[in-house]
Design a protein around this ligand. Structure first.
Ligand SMILES: [Zn+2]
Length: 77
């Protein structure tokens, strides 16, 4: 089973549908059994849909702080 930090690094490609099939299946298997990565995916998706219409400067401070803390925590994993 791949390490969570590797999964999180792949989420951007997964969301943008750029992963080759084997990796995609590996990631989906991991997501099915890992609540924290599934939550990271949900956070990432909702962040992306926000960013689709807003620039980062338009994000509420609280969201920006939480997003940054989330990304710091994940990359320190
Ligand atoms: Zn995980």
């Amino acid at each position: 089973m791949p390490h969570c930090s590797r999964i999180v690094a792949l989420l951007i490609d997964y969301v943008e549908d750029r992963l080759p099939g084997e990796r995609r299946r590996e990631l989906e298997r991991h997501l099915a059994g890992c609540g924290s990565c599934a939550a990271a995916l949900n956070t990432y998706r909702s962040t992306l849909s926000l960013l689709g219409s807003l620039s980062e400067d338009d994000l509420p401070d609280e969201l920006r702080t939480r997003l940054r803390a989330f990304l710091d925590r994940e990359s320190a994993n």
